[in-house]
Design a protein around this ligand. Sequence first.
Ligand SMILES: Nc1ncnc2c1ncn2[C@@H]1O[C@H](COP(=O)(O)OP(=O)(O)OP(=O)(O)O)[C@@H](O)[C@H]1O
Ligand SMILES: [Mg+2]
Length: 281
Amino acid sequence: MSTVIDRDAEQANQREQWEGGANIGHVVQPGELDLSHDVILYLDDITVSFDGFRALNKLSLAIDAGELRCIIGPNGAGKTTMMDVITGKTRPDEGKAFFGQTLDLTRMSEPEIAHAGIGRKFQKPTVFEQHTVFENLELAMKADKRVRRSLFARLTAEEGDRIAAVLERIRLAGAADRSAGLLSHGQKQWLEIGMLLMQEPKLLLLDEPVAGMTDDETERTAELFVSLAGEHSLVVVEHDMAFVEALGGKVTVLHEGSVLAEGDLAAVQNDQRVIEVYLGR
Ligand SMILES: Nc1ncnc2c1ncn2[C@@H]1O[C@H](COP(=O)(O)OP(=O)(O)OP(=O)(O)O)[C@@H](O)[C@H]1O
Ligand SMILES: [Mg+2]
């Protein structure tokens, strides 16, 4: 139960960030991300204990630049905790976590990590319901500390174009002037993804993005993610196997805080250990 409350607090943090309230020390410039070995995220032997219980147990993982990776595994496997470590919310007891070749995530604050180019989508949408879709994207862009400008400054033509491009991408171009509160659950999820995209993240972390979506919305979300790969790297946690299949990327199975299996979906689905702990339930 306590974790639920905790995650709500985390969403409040996210809102604070959108609203420009986060206090950022050293602002990492996007150019500082060193992708010379084509690996954007590298976790090595990460251990996280909660009162002696190992939520992550020597977890090692590498994500390539531009990759679309799915993480699956039973409840409590450590998937969300892994995202907490990557975003600096939870500090590992042991192990290394690097963004590109040089940025040590275990030594950066949450806002520094966000501004280095790691965007996170939480399970519940956290859009500003009383604002329009367009305004939500505008707010997300202006909360971006790499661009030092006032919330009240007029949009430049280039900024307007960027918002239009994101609206198109998240299939909300026809709803730009609608209050976000009136959107369907799926559309709110897309809007929040759009808000992340306004900050031009290099790596996107998405925790159960299609939970509660209709089949049609789920399919469209898969298309969106596939279209984002390459330009962005994505790590997607999901239980919906049809969605994982539609994404088509490499799949990592977590179990008891470690990697149990890794490969394409067909291979992990035929892995006897994976069937026992997860798929055969
Ligand atoms: N802040 C915390 N304090 C204590 N235990 C925690 C905390 N966060 C996570 N845990 C525990 O760590 C384990 C891993 O949890 P985590 O939320 O990472 O799993 P998950 O793979 O995301 O599961 P799900 O599929 O249900 O979302 C669970 O047993 C959970 O109860
Ligand atoms: Mg989780």
